[in-house]
Design a protein around this ligand. Structure first.
Ligand SMILES: O=C1O[C@H](COP(=O)(O)O)[C@@H](O)[C@H](O)[C@H]1O
Length: 260
């Protein structure tokens, strides 16, 4: 019998009047995803971005529903700089979140450039770390994260997937590297689309009027093919957007009420 292919679910757009409402709702959403995952399989796998995202996770600090010991944290992308460099996405997440909560150190899977001689070795090592977490690569063609949290850059990039870059068509590797990022620093490691699009949930977070023009291009005009528009989780995966009112100001797409 021929396999039935479902079209991806349409994105759920949640728009909030203030950044505080956004961060509180985002925290409740993450905790709900965490609870469902732990109830089902005893662990919660999440990938985080850098940039403006880590600050938006402040609602998780002190949240009584978070079971940090069950989290396995990976990075959606990393800038290839020392882990204590101000550009490091891991450092941002440590400063904004992990240094303030009781997560076991070994549950945060950093991409550490000091452990590899070159970018190929670094991305291979991170792919192997994912394989250890998500079982054999051949058994599961792609890992299924419980949740991936993404940001959207001013050029529509997400993770380290930039407009017009050859990595936009990578359909085999789980983890890839680039040496020519248009946004500094130039060397980066990133999860690929097949990994992002196999997650159970992917949520973008975008706040501020500086995101408004790009947000309408990404959500109202997906035919442009900008990197953030290419995030379309495979059915039954679900895509969410958490935005504030200034970011949503120019959108035509109607918002969906946020309900847990
Ligand atoms: O360089 C990066 O940029 C994106 C977007 O950052 P934002 O500050 O505009 O939210 C980020 O999601 C990614 O992790 C980072 O490496």
């Amino acid at each position: 019998m021929a396999a039935v292919h479902h079209a991806p679910n349409p994105p759920a757009l949640h728009s909030f009047e203030s950044v505080d409402l956004l961060t509180d709702s985002l925290a409740s959403f993450v905790v709900k995803a965490q609870k469902e995952a732990i109830d089902r399989k005893g662990r919660f796998t999440i990938a985080l971005s850098g940039g403006s995202l880590p600050k938006m996770l402040k609602g998780l600090v002190g949240h009584t529903g978070v079971k940090w010991e069950h989290w396995q944290v990976f990075y959606a992308d990393e800038r290839v700089v020392p882990l204590d460099h101000p550009d490091s996405n891991h450092k941002l997440c440590m400063d904004e979140l992990f240094s303030k909560v009781g997560i076991p150190k070994e549950n945060v899977h950093a991409i550490d450039p000091s452990l590899a001689d070159d970018l190929e070795e670094l991305s291979d090592a991170y792919e192997k770390e994912l394989i250890r977490e998500f079982a054999q690569k051949d058994a599961a063609r792609f890992p299924v994260f419980d949740l991936i949290l993404l940001g959207m850059g001013p050029d529509g990039h997400t993770a380290s997937l930039f407009p017009g870059h050859a990595l936009l068509t990578e359909d085999d590797r789980w983890v890839a590297y680039i040496e020519d990022s248009p946004k500094p620093p130039p060397k980066r490691i990133t999860l690929t689309y097949p990994v992002i699009n196999h997650a159970a949930r992917v949520a973008f977070v975008a706040a501020g009027e500086g995101k408004a023009d790009m947000l309408t291009r990404v959500l109202d005009h997906p035919e442009e093919g900008l990197p953030s528009s290419r995030v379309k989780p495979v059915y039954p995966g679900q895509l969410y957007w958490f935005v504030d009112a200034p970011a949503a100001a120019k959108l035509e797409l109607p918002p969906t009420e946020f309900k847990l």
